[in-house]
Design a protein around this ligand. Structure first.
Ligand code: FAD
Length: 434
């Protein structure tokens, strides 16, 4: 079988891979030194677009519009860009075996790729209901969303089932974004999730009440406190209904499941040190094996601001960790030290005409401020998280770019709070004064 060798190999062709390639090019790269190996058939793109603009009924986002690095306001890396830089895109190629001892990766077709330095950026995969043996979960028109191919299949079903019924299983940000996307495509949408409110991993009851009220006003039905336990399908194998644990049955032409993800690290089991479900790294994204780095969703790294190891599944970290790893690789070659990674967690979501940002940590007591009435014509509200007398996290819906910068600054500086009631009254003004 063919064997190829590259100085640098990036395994996985998602968000982190694209930003790593740009950083390599920025720091100087000889043609033929770098290869990106990806299971996907297209060059790295901004994955968050898949649950947002990609599904718009009009003017939907399509490649080449959202190749990396447009998401951070940078130059779009078209496939030609990689060619110009002499970076090899090895697409549609799944690596099924990794032998870190002999520095080799082996693809489905048996091709061997050797490297001097490896960056692992395999990201996450979706958790499937069939993994838990949910009856009928392999019916047609039950969708998951991770890669562009999934988004194409969902888009085709939306066209085929115009004005039909859609059930969204899961109340996380993917569920919320997809609920909105299917509603704007004129489907009759019901969302189902077991928790007492949506996005409980981040939202407080007060934050969630706004979004649930807003979605209800848009005509989306929300069923809480129960789960899907089975699916019915017709003679073509297409889903027709979702059976809930509480006995209810929801008619469905399309089902979209967003019940979580898990990092893709099984290729390296027993070869690399793991922590908190990811590959353990230091502040330079070096793993426990020399010349092997891990970035993006798969890395469990030291989050300096909070003094602990964390894994972060957000696009901003995918971009920044990739840049940090490449800086570290190049600086090690030149024996020039670089700064440790000092990340401020940042997460955002957009749906309908809503848009929120969150910075920091959602730990401790909370203070809700502003107008979170879902029927308001200009809702604008936020939440501070306070731990040990300091603000450690801030959420804001409908913030301007300036206001979002202010809340980021607060989360980074962690100012002390003297009076909680005063903070509630001050709201955003507190952030302006920092
Ligand atoms: P990915 O971008 O997932 O890339 C991993 C790549 O590795 C993929 O190309 C995959 O095919 C490839 N791969 C995996 N295994 C192999 C293998 N064995 N062989 C070859 N190739 C392989 N984050 C936010 O902060 N805000 C958002 O609004 C937001 N929206 C999102 C919407 C959707 C629909 C999804 C799925 C994610 C969203 N995220 C969002 C999360 C964000 O996209 C991820 O955190 C980010 O993409 C992680 O980057 P990554 O490079 O680590 O992994």
């Amino acid at each position: 079988m063919a064997e190829r060798h590259f100085k640098y190999v990036i395994l996985g062709g998602g968000v982190a891979a694209g930003y790593a390639a740009r950083e390599f090019a920025k720091l100087g790269l000889n043609p033929g030194e770098l290869a990106i190996i990806s299971k996907e058939a297209v060059a790295p793109y901004e994955r968050p677009a898949l649950s947002k603009g990609y599904l718009f009924p009009q003017g939907a986002a399509r490649l080449p519009g959202f190749y990396v690095c447009v998401g951070s306001g940078g130059e779009r890396l078209l496939p030609e860009w990689y060619t110009e830089k002499g970076i090899e895109l090895i697409l549609g190629t799944e690596i099924v075996k990794a032998d870190l001892g002999s520095k080799s990766l082996i693809s489905t077709s048996g091709e061997i790729f050797k490297y001097d330095t490896l960056i692992i950026s395999t990201g996450s995969t979706v958790v499937k209901l069939s993994d838990f043996g949910v009856q009928g979960a392999d019916a047609k028109n039950i969708f998951y969303l991770r890669e562009i191919e999934d988004a194409d299949n969902l888009y085709a079903a939306i066209q085929a089932k115009k004005d039909g019924k859609a059930v969204i299983v899961g109340g996380g940000y993917i569920g919320l974004e997809l609920g909105a996307a299917l509603k704007v495509n004129n489907l009759d949408v019901t969302m189902v999730y077991p928790e007492p409110w949506c996005m409980p991993r981040l939202f407080t009851a007060g934050i969630a009440a706004f979004y649930e009220g807003y979605y209800a006003n848009k005509g989306i039905k929300i069923v809480k406190g129960t789960v899907a336990v089975g699916f019915d399908s017709d003679t073509n194998g297409e889903v027709t209904a979702v059976r809930l644990k509480d006995g209810r049955v929801l008619e469905a032409d399309i089902v979209v499941v967003g019940v979580g993800g898990r990092p893709l690290i099984s290729l390296f089991k027993g070869q690399l040190e793991e922590e908190k479900g990811g590959i353990k790294t230091d502040s330079f994204f070096r793993t426990s094996i020399p010349d092997v780095y891990a970035v993006g969703d798969v890395a469990t790294f030291p989050l300096k601001l909070f003094g602990e190891q964390r894994r972060v599944e957000h696009v901003d970290h995918a971009r920044k960790s990739a840049e940090q790893a490449v800086k570290a690789i190049r600086s090690a070659e030149q024996d020039a030290p670089i700064e440790e990674y000092d990340y401020l967690p940042y997460f955002y979501s957009r749906a309908f005409d809503l848009s929120w940002q969150f910075y920091g940590d959602n730990d401790g007591d909370t203070v809700l401020f502003g107008d979170n009435d879902p029927t308001s014509t200009s809702p604008k509200f936020g939440t501070y998280w306070i731990k040990d007398g300091k603000v450690v996290g801030v959420f804001l819906e409908h913030g301007t770019p300036e206001e979002n910068s202010l809340i980021a600054k607060v989360a980074r500086l962690q100012p002390a709070v003297q009076d909680i009631q005063q903070l509630e009254k001050q709201g955003l003004a507190f952030a302006s004064d920092i």
